[in-house]
Design a protein around this ligand. Sequence first.
Ligand code: NDP
Length: 451
Amino acid sequence: MAITDHVDLPTFIEGVQKRNPGQPEFVQAVQEVAQDIYDFIADKEEYHHYQILRRIAEPDRIVSFRVCWEDDNHNIRVQRGWRVQNNNAIGPYKGGIRFHPSVTESVLKFLAFEQTFKNALTGLPMGGGKGGANFNPKGKSDHEVMRFCQSFMTELYRHVGADVDVPAGDIGVGGREIGYMFGQYKRITNQFTGVLTGKGLEYGGSLIRTEATGYGAVYFLAAMLRGRGLNLEGRRAVISGSGNVATHAAEKVVQLGGKVLTLSDSEGFIHDPDGIDQEKIDWVKAHKTRRRGRISKYVEAFPRATFHPNLPPWGVPCDVALPCATQNELLGMDARALVSNGCIAVAEGANMPTNLEGVHVFKEARILFAPGKAANAGGVAVSGLEMSQNSERRAWKEAELQQLLLDIMEGIHARCLEHGRQPDGHVDYVKGANIAGFKKVADAMLAFGVV
Ligand code: NDP
C-alpha cells in the first residue's frame, strides 16, 4: 500500500496514540475532530493524498525550556515552560499562555490543535499556537509572579514576534502577567511591537478584549436559541468557573435577561437561588481578580447562597449551561444530569470542558451544543483585532469593537450551520465547527504544497 493511500479512522487514531504516548488530552482532541473530518473528506482525494489531517495533528514545532526564578524566601525554583506552534498556514501562530500546575505538553498540544480550528473559524488571519508553564500563581506575591514572568519571557522572546507568534492570556495569565511579560520583551528586544495581546489599554491593548470570550460565548448561545425561536429572557443558567470567561459570560447572560444560578472554582461551586446579578458579579470579579480569593467566600457576602465543596454545578436544574473553567470538567454523568433536568443548550466557554462521553450524551439528546472552538472564539477574535490596531497604531472605539465581536460570533454561527445542518434540520455544531475550521486551513496547506 502506498503511504498516501487512505488510512481508515481507527488506524489513524491508533497512529496518533502511538506517536503521542502519555498524552491523553491531545489524543482526545484529535479523536473528536478526526471523526467529523473523515466524513467530510471521504470523497475528497486531495486531502487524503496530501495527508492534511495527519499534518495538522503534528505541531510545526514545540519549544520546551527551563524557567528558573527566586521566591521571596530566596529559594531557587525551577519550572518548565513550553510554546507549541501548531500551524501557521493562515497567519502567525496565535493562542494563549497558561500558568497552572496541571500544565503538561499534552494539555498545550491539545489546546494548540483546537486553537488552529478556532482561529480559522473567526475568519481572521491567525494560525494556532499555545504555551504555558507548570507554575502555580496562586499564593505567590506580586514580585514572585513578576520574576517568574520575566524569566519565562527571557527564553520565549526568541520564538515569538508580531508576525511570527502572538501569545495572549489564558488560565492564570491575566492583565498583570501580560504586563510583566510585555515589559520584559520590550526590555530585551528594545522593540515596542504587538507581540502579545490582552495588553493594558495604556500600552496598546484593545477595548473589550477582557470581556470578549465570555460575551462571545453568550452571543453564540443566543444565536443557537434564536434558531429554535427562543431567547435568554428568564432562562436559568448554570455556569462553572469564576475567572475571566465565567464572570463575563455571567454578565452577558444577565444583560440579556437570564438568571445566573451558579459559579465555581477548583474547590467547589456556589448556588444562589436569587440569581447572581451585576452587583454580585462585580463582587466576584473584585474578590477573585484583585484579592485572588476563593469562591466559597461568596456565601459570607450573600448568605442566601450555598457552597458545595468539591462538586461541579451540573446537578442544579437549569435551561442553559456554560462550562467556563477548564478541560474535562463536564463528564458523561454530568451531561446526563443536565439533560434529564431539562437543559436545552450548552455553550462551552472553556476549551474542551466536556469529555467525549459528555459530548456523545448531548448529541444523542439532540440538545443545542456549541463546542469551545466555536463558542469561545470571541476572545481570540478580539485579540486579532488588537493585532490590527497595533499594526495601524490606532485604537478603535468601543462601539465599533462591540459590533465587530457580535458580527464575528454571528459569522462563526453561520459557518457552523453551513457544515453542521443535518437532513432533519437539527444542527450538529461540533461537526459544523470542525469542518469549517479544517477546510480553511486545509485549503491553504494545499496551496503551499508539501512543506
Ligand atoms: P481564569 O484563570 O481567569 O479562571 C479559571 C477558572 O477556572 C477559575 O475559576 C479556576 O478556579 C477554575 N479552574 C481552573 N482549573 C480548574 C479545575 N481543575 N477544576 C475546577 N475549576 C478550575 O481563566 P479563564 O477564565 O481565562 O479561562 C477559563 C477557560 O476558558 C479555560 O479553558 C481557557 O482555556 C478558556 N478560554 C479562555 C479565553 C480567554 O480569553 N481568557 C479564551 C478562550 C478560551 P481556581 O481559581 O480555583 O483555579
